[in-house]
Write a protein of this length. Sequence first.
Length: 134
Amino acid sequence: MTRRHSAGSLLLLVPLGLALAACGGGGGSSTSTSSGGGSAKSTASAQSGVDISNFKFAPATITVQKGAPIVVANRDTTAHTATADGGHGFDTGTIDPGASKTITLNKTGRFTYHCSIHPFMHGTIVVKSAGGSG
């Protein structure tokens, strides 16, 4: 017996395929793409994060351990970036609404950043050594 699919059921499969394709990884050792979000925490744990919402980074300042992954999740209605001030350090590239990218900072210090699309948006990442001191 041959099974027939209606045009409607096939149209439902196309968005599912596109959504699954979008879940693939991104590039680089310091920045990667993921489809999941991170929770905003003020101190490092297994994974720390920054949420972008209402044209703001939350929390505005995050403290992590050197080498810890930091998930930057865009929960806003437009694209954003998380770009280190001064043009060096890190740049997530464009993060579309509903998407996230992960960065890893391997130097201790205080790193200020902004959204290159919306330069009035600012945040700070404080990176501590594994022992907790700067």
